[in-house]
Design a protein around this ligand. Structure first.
Ligand SMILES: Cc1ncc(COP(=O)(O)O)c(C=O)c1O
Length: 384
């Protein structure tokens, strides 16, 4: 019966990050720096709120868009942090992780033949969904602009079929973010164009230099932007599956239909925990950010010392060194590093063809693990 599977589904692949992670799990004594998952535990007050929700029998469906208090807290977060006013009643949806927010947004706005511009390299969670919509992903090479998708870079790719620009910043896998000026230039480029922006700001709480700005806060951008955020990274809550989507009411009401028929609502227990994260836990990400920044500086300096060419990240918890000078494909390099040095990194081509020639290292791991892994990499690189 397999031949009857939807050809679009047949054509997509399991993400390269997971493929490599699964391979690593079969090897013993390998230090894996492959997964973008905080090594911190979910804060205790958040866990307590989740347990309390179970004890209080808050275990039924919520409003499709999520508990109203949680939507209010999410709207306040956007207002306080990024100076953006969203109406909790009509412009906020609580989703099953940022992943579902990406899925329902793209399925709401794309149709067959639409084109979507994305930076390359990029997080692999967008392309398969774009393809399942019968739309065309157009990756734009950012390897010569410090991994930044600027207005100048994207302008030549805009056609009458361009329906959406995906802007994930700070970026997974490169750790780069966009400055206020770069965002302003994009806003100017799109000023008189009817093109949606899917702004994936899941790492917004982890910006090391300067401050995070949402593109929706620039003139005329809120009306065409869907902002995606969530608690997976900011509050170490990947398994709770809580994301947020912010969009003007006339777009949000259509996305809500897709969300409703997809999941009905996000988990009620996780929503109660999320409310604690956004109210009592406003300072939680700050503590983690300090640690991520320390680790980033450590990893960056060690990689430079070992001889890698590497851009200094300004956010998230990834670093993306070049391996061009070692004359290996990124897959061969990562495989050899795993087999000979006992360290697993993700081959850059998991992030589109523009990631070829790079590897991604996630430093969302304990300092001791990072030190050990970098010692191994140093030893291996000096002996090859
Ligand atoms: C850029 C980006 N967007 C979205 C997600 C998915 O987040 P969630 O776990 O909340 O679904 C990730 C996860 O790694 C990510 O890196």
């Amino acid at each position: 019966m397999e031949h009857l599977i939807n050809p679009l589904v047949q054509s997509i692949q399991i993400s390269g990050i997971r493929r490599f992670f699964n391979m690593v799990s079969q090897h013993e004594n390998v230090l894996s720096l492959t997964i973008g998952q905080p090594d911190f535990s979910t804060p205790n007050h958040v866990k307590a709120a989740g347990k309390n929700a179970i004890d209080q029998n808050m275990t039924s469906y919520t409003h499709n868009a999520g508990m109203f208090e949680l939507r209010e807290a999410a709207a306040s977060f956007m207002d306080e942090q990024y100076d953006l006013a969203y109406d909790a009643q009509s412009e906020v949806i609580v989703t099953t992780g940022a992943s579902e927010a990406i899925d329902v947004t793209l399925r709401t706005i794309l149709s067959s033949g639409s084109e979507v511009l994305l930076p390359g390299p990029v997080y692999p969670g967008y392309e398969p969904i774009i393809r399942l919509c019968g739309a065309q992903p157009i990756h734009i090479d950012t390897t010569n602009t410090g991994f930044r998708l600027t207005a100048d870079l994207m302008e030549p790719y805009i056609t009458e079929r361009t329906r959406c620009i995906v802007l994930p910043y700070p970026s997974n896998p490169t750790g780069m973010t966009l400055s206020a000026q770069e965002l302003r230039d994009i806003a100017l480029l799109l000023e008189n164009r009817d093109i949606f922006v899917l702004s994936d700001e899941i790492y917004s709480e982890f910006v090391f230099t300067g401050q995070h700005h949402s593109i929706a806060s620039f003139p005329k951008m809120k009306e065409k932007t869907i902002v995606i955020n969530g608690l997976s990274k900011s509050h170490a809550m990947t398994g709770w599956r809580i994301g947020f989507l912010f969009a003007p009411a006339n777009i949000c009401r259509h996305i809500l239909k897709v969300h409703q028929y997809n999941v009905t609502c996000a988990s009620s227990i996780s929503q109660s925990a999320a409310l604690s994260a956004l109210t009592t836990g406003k300072a939680d990400p700050k503590m983690m950010k300090i640690q991520y920044e320390q680790r980033m500086n450590y990893v960056y300096n060690r990689l430079l010392k070992i001889g890698f060419d590497v851009e200094k990240p300004n956010g998230a918890f990834y670093i993306f060194p070049s391996i061009h000078k070692f004359h290996h494909s990124s897959f061969e390099f990562a495989l050899e590093l795993m087999e000979k040095a006992g360290v697993a990194l993700v081959p850059g081509n998991a992030f589109s063809s523009f990631g070829e020639g790079y590897v991604r290292l996630s430093y969302a791991y304990a300092s001791e693990t990072l030190t050990k892994a970098l010692d191994r990499i140093e030893q291996y690189m000096s002996s090859r």
